[in-house]
Design a binder for this molecule. Sequence first.
Ligand code: NAD
Length: 286
Amino acid sequence: MNNVIEAKNGVKIPQLGFGVYKIKKGEQFERAIREAIRVGYRHFDTAKIYGNEEALGLEIQKSGIPREQFFITSKVWTTDLGYNATKKAFEHTCKKLKVEYLDMYLIHFASPHYVEAWKAMEELYSEGKIKVLGVANFEIQHLEHLMAHSRIPPMINQIETHPEFPQNELHDYLVQHRISHEAWGPLGQGNKALLERKELAEIARHHKKSAAQVILRWHLQRGIIVIPKSSNPKRIKENSEIFDFELTAEEMEKVNRLNTGKRYSVNPTGYIVNPFYVKLMKLFIR
Ligand code: NAD
């Protein structure tokens, strides 16, 4: 579990992390994080909009493991984009997580005012409060625009990626610009249509692994950072046991062929980045 991907600035990002989106609050959340830490996960991915930064911070603190051994990511939500708003959102996030700095801070979507938000993040980075600066759900046109209007180019892009939606074109662009590729929804959000593909079952049988482990291994061998989510202790452990086998070139190709172009979640050029909806969201999200 010690595999790392080096960001452009040399900061080491654990290649396997733990996503906490939609894990039920309360006892289930506490149990899942405790189990993940026990099994060895140190990289955690949250966001303001998940509403669990505080609970995650508490579990990390309760573990008694020094803060520096964790790699913590959070994200600035669409309604907090802008120079002042983003600085304020960052302070709130740190307070909730009970940390002085974030290992990674991402713009959650390319919604209005992301360039001004980035300026605030560049300053926080220069002050040592953010170690890796990045974005999520950015398409090539957003990355081009951001790079043309910023001092520090993004170091990572967190995007929906799984065998049915491998993001080949965007992946090549990221590699070319030395922007790390992080997969959200790495297991296709647990969709059976993907996890029960016979091609995956065959490969899994051969390695005495599960289909989920084969998918996660496929990501690792593409050089991608993964943050699978689970609240099931057995799966939390299973998802971490992906460093003791290797897919052959032929097996990688078999998984590549599962590409159907199907997203399981929101299209990042859709309503979340539409100024009208952002204004509407501001009425409900503080
Ligand atoms: P995922 O691909 O990690 O799928 C999670 C689901 O897969 C679980 O709920 C469970 O049903 C199933 N699963 C997990 N382990 C399994 C196993 N071993 N065997 C069988 N099924 C298994 O999807 P996700 O939670 O959407 O994505 C992971 C993380 O990415 C999130 O928790 C969050 O931190 C992040 N994320 C970011 C964005 C963004 O916009 N930046 C969007 C969605 C998620």
